[in-house]
Every structure is written in C-alpha cells, then in structure tokens.
Design a protein around this ligand. Sequence first.
Ligand code: CA
Length: 322
Amino acid sequence: MSHDIPFLKSPDQAVFRDHMETKVAHWIRQWDGQEDLLAGIIGVPLSKSSISHSGASTTPAAVRAAFKSFTTYSLEYGVDLQHLAVRDLGDIQMHVTDIAECHRRIEESLRALYKKQPNLIPIIVGGDHSTSCPSLKAFADRHPGQKVGIIHFDAHHDVRNFEDGGVTNGTPFRGILESGVVHGPHIVQIGIRGFMNSKPYHDYVKSKGVHVYTSRDVRRMGIDVVLDEALGLAGKDTDVLYVSFDVDVIDQAYAPGCPAIGTGGINPWDAMDALYRLGTLPQVQGLDFVCIDPTVDVRNVTSRLAVQFMLSFLAGVAARPV
Ligand code: CA
C-alpha cells in the first residue's frame, strides 16, 4: 500500500511487532519451490474419512494461525530455531468426495516432493489418521532397499477391519501392516488406552509382532524408559524411522479438540520430551500430526499444542550432529 496517510498500515502490517522477538509466523514462510529445506510443513486437509464427525480438514489453517502465538526461541532446549530452513509448503489439494482419490493424491504428491527435496524432513499436518497410510507408502519408497520403523503415538491401535467401514481414520495401521510397507516388529505403539480398543484388535497387532506401550505404561515406567525401549525395538534392523502422532494420545484435559477425545491419556510434557528426543535422532526422517478438530477446540489449545509439539521436535532436529 503506497500512500502518505500517517499511521495507516496495510492489514498484514497493522499488528504489534517487537523487533527483538521473532515469532514462528515470521520464521516459517511460504516455500519458494526451490530453496533446499531441512524440514517442511505439508497440510493434508482430509477429514471425510473420519469415523466420527471431524473438522480435521481445518487443522492446517488452525496450526498456521497458531504460529503467531509462539516465538522461535526455547530457553528450555537452549535453541533459537529462526535460522533453520523450515518452510510452509502449503496443502495437498483433496478431492471433494472421493477418499481413495485423496489418498492417491497424498502418495503421489509426497513421492514427487521427496524426489525434489531428497533431504527434507516432512512435517505432515493432517487431516485424520487415514492420511498416514499413503504417507508411509511414499516415505518407504523414498528409501529403497532400506527398512522403515514407526513410532506411533495414539490412544488407539488403528487396525479396524475394512469390512465395516472401508478405509477410515480407524484403519491406517491395518493398511500399513497388510500392504507390508512396514513390518509389525518394526512398529511401536505408545499411549494405547484401556476401554478404548477391543481385544480382537489388540490380539491382531500382537499377532503381527507390533510392540505396544499403554498410557498406563508411560505413567508407571516414565516416558524416557518407554522411549528407550521403543527405539531399541523400532530401531532394530531398520534404517529410518517415521513418527506418527495422533493428538488423541494426549489426555482430553489437555487436548479437547480431537474427534476421539478420552480420559487417562498421556500428558503434554511427556510428549514434548519424547518429540524433542526423536528430533535429535538422525534416523527420524518424517513426522505427522493427525486427528485434531479445530471446530470443537477450546481457545485453540489443541492446535497450539500441536505447534508446541512440532517446535519441540524441531528443537531436537537443531541439536542433531552436523
Ligand atoms: Ca489414530
């Protein structure tokens, strides 16, 4: 806007700015399509595949809006992230009605992105959890000849049968296991909760060799010990790790904006410590956050929490050996 009217600023400029402070919104700018990136935010606005009503398609926008609420500096981790090459790549455009087509687009788009940016760490913001299956397929293909392990935070096993409802946010790990893209013994599920899963599905994951740590295990053993063991298991005989983080693993007291909220979940501090540590590990090459519904959130607490999780992970990435 070019004029000489005093104090009148354009809408994007007419906000308070402290020149001593960098907000995440200032740092994570739009990718120019060329810059080599350390990590990139990719929105996947799909929630029609959610079993319960979900506004998860609005999560990428809500997460971006929450970027203005955080600074790039963490005194807790002793790091300022503002010089890391992390950019916002935008959203993968979903088909309006065809879920299989949406999943196909996720896989195709990520495959092309990984080809163009072979060293990029994708930080995928769902969408519901159905998006993790095509995401993992693209991720596994990015590492030919290498074996992929998964650290999966969730209240649920996510291995529902396909007969009752097709491919949904309740089935991604059924899809991953049955497609053989990742083997059961290379998957560790953390935070799974009692009275929120059925025995046939627990028996199914155990039959596939998947390792399970419950929310109660996290409480009693401590997240550091759980993660020690999880990394030993998912890291055994694998080359790269992917982290799939369903925010409903967090207790509903802290994450009310999830379609499948529940009591007895893990707390945010354990999750932040775990994500920081996962960020420090060079073998962790991909991450997704799924199943937030900003339309039922309370003062954006769940979207903000997702941003704080993302930043904790990136603080760990900043501490990786170069
Ligand atoms: Ca899930």
